[in-house]
Structures are given as C-alpha cells and as structure tokens.
Design a protein around this ligand. Sequence first.
Ligand code: FEO
Length: 396
Amino acid sequence: MRAMNVTDNIWWVGAIDWNLRDFHGFEVPEGTTYNCYLVKGESGVALVDTVKAPFVPELLARIQSVVPLDQVTHIVVNHVEPDHNGGLPQVMAAIPGARVVASPSGVRGVAEYHNGLAIEAVKGDDVIDLGGRTLEFLPQPMVHWPDSMFTYCPEERVLMPNDAFGQHVASEERFADELGLDEALRQLGIYYANILLPLGTAVGKAIDKVLEKGWALDVVAPSHGVMWRGADFGHVVEHYRRWGSGELADKAVVVYSTMWGSTEALAQRVGEGLSAGGVEVAVHDLAVTPLSHITYELLEAKALVLGSPTLHHGMLYRVAGYLQYLSGLKPAGRAAGVFGSYGWSKGAEKEMRERLEAIGMEVVADDFLVKFRPTADDLLAAEAWGRELAEAIKAR
Ligand code: FEO
C-alpha cells in the first residue's frame, strides 16, 4: 500500500472501499474512498483526516510509505462523521505523540463519539507551522455537520475541504481529469443530490468564504472520490452554484413501483406524453434504479411524477420509502403528479399526494388512476395526461 503524491509535499494516504454499496442508506453502486492527506514540512508532518475504522491498517501502511509513524506531529479532524473519524482512536494509538486538532464543535463531537476522547480546538485564525509548510483552517458549519472544517496549505496551494466537493466513487484514479471530467461531475451531482441538497444556502456561503480568502487553489482535495486540479474546480463551483440556486430545467422524473405491470405500463406512456409535450424525461422503477441515482435525476428537474398501485388501501412500500428518503432532502418547489392502478379500492394516490405536498411540492394535475389493467384507451389517456403535465411544467 503506497501513498500517492498530490503535490511535492502532500500525499494521498487514504483508503479505497471498493465493496461499499450502502452509505447510511445512500446507495453507492460504485463504492467510495476515504481520502486522507499527509502534509510534510521541515519540522513536522500532519495527517489531515483519518478513515472508517476497518481501513486504519491501509491508512497506516500508506503513511509509512512516506514517513515513519513517529514523525507524524499533527492529526487534523475536519469532520467527526465515522467514515472519517471512526478510526481516530486506532490512529492516535499508533501515533501517540501527535497533537490532534478539530474545530471546537469537532472537539465536542470526538469526545461524545469516542467516550471522552480529548483533542484540541483550532479556530479560523489559527495556523499550524510544520516548518516551511503551514495549515490554515476555515470552519464550515453545516457543510454538512456543525463540526465541518476546511484545511488549507498555502505553500502547496491545496485545499482539503473534507466532504465538500466529494463524490462516492471507488477508483484507482485520484484526479478528476484521470477519471474523466464528465464522469467526475456526474458523481459530484449524485453526492450533492443525496447529501447537500437541503443545505444549498450553507454550501453557497462556504464557497463565498473560500473565495473571500483569496486562496490560490491548485488542487482541491475532498475526502471522497477524486481531487480537482487546475481549471476543473471552476466547473465544480459552477455546478454547486447552479444546484444551490434552485434553477431547474424542463425535465420530469417519472418514478414508480408496480405489482403486476399496470402502473409500469402507465409510467411508460406518461413518460411518452411528457416527452411529446417537450419535457425531458427519465423513467425509473424503484425496484431497479438506486434511490440515489433517481434523486440525482431530480436534482435539476422541475417535476416528480410518482406512480403506485394501491395495496392494502395505500401505496407500495418502495414508494413510501422513497418519499421518506426525499422528505429529509427537501426537494421543495417542484411540480408533482400522481398516477397508478387499483383493484377494488383506492388509497395510494391520497397518500402520495399528501406526502409530496408535505415535502413542499405542488401537485399540478388531477390524479390519473386506472382500475386493474389499462386498456388501449387508458394508455392513450395516460399519454394525454403526460402531455397535460408537460404544459404545466413548462409554464413554471
Ligand atoms: Fe464523509 Fe459526512 O462524512
């Protein structure tokens, strides 16, 4: 296990989690990485962030490919969520001489999470001098936890912002230009949609704070996925700004669950109607597509069109689960429509409508329901309903 140079005096020493598929309910079909960075000065060496506990041996091996562990003088905890802080006690045990720092909120979080483990607080105007290389700190509360902090090394022009600007993708490539900029930006969007969507204001302020600092940014090195170097970070800022602004496109995401194929048949014809009406469409079966990827489709879409048959007087559990998932992410301000099939009693449509409105969406059309199996006329009507929805979506 070897480290990889980020710049002449900073190394990536993180871990690659190829097999992770579920990140606290955020489905990550392409795994993730837990990125840590080693910053080497003439009189000190700092480790910025640690890893999820099972990956500590990998982290320590990568550090030791650069310096012996006893040469590490500082450990910076940018964020106390367990994917970065879970392995901290093991790392501290392996490097007992290191001074360990976090934001004041991070100090409390580490103590609460690790049964009283004591570390030191750093504030925004503190500097750690490693001898020719220094570390500066920028607290960034709610990007995305109260403890979140960015660390910057001015001499290497590298920003280490932890979760911000990250992506859940496991790869041997360490830079966005190696993975492919388009793919890196797609992964950035999936991450934003599933973690940062309700925090757009705080994220916007975080970017402002970085720009106000006037820091030169040769490399932006987040704690997940690939790093951004050169002009690529400009694309990241542009995307974050757009997502944070709430600017939406004439796009609808048709999301459904089906029992015997009736709601699925409706979903496809509603999608055709939306498309014929001039709206970009994505159609997803909740049993097939990861919720995280459906939510990414919704990131820039003006509308969510949700379908479920009625079972036991209510919606199917996958639809209920997705609405619960969305309720935390709060994609408010979008249009919505509700459709589905039923046998002898209705009920799913009422539940879906109520949950969508509670999230802050506006149901802009009458519900479209079909008894048992859609006839040819029903399918034509579903298409017409889709076209009607398209007009409402484009008018927003
Ligand atoms: Fe990557 Fe908020 O943890």
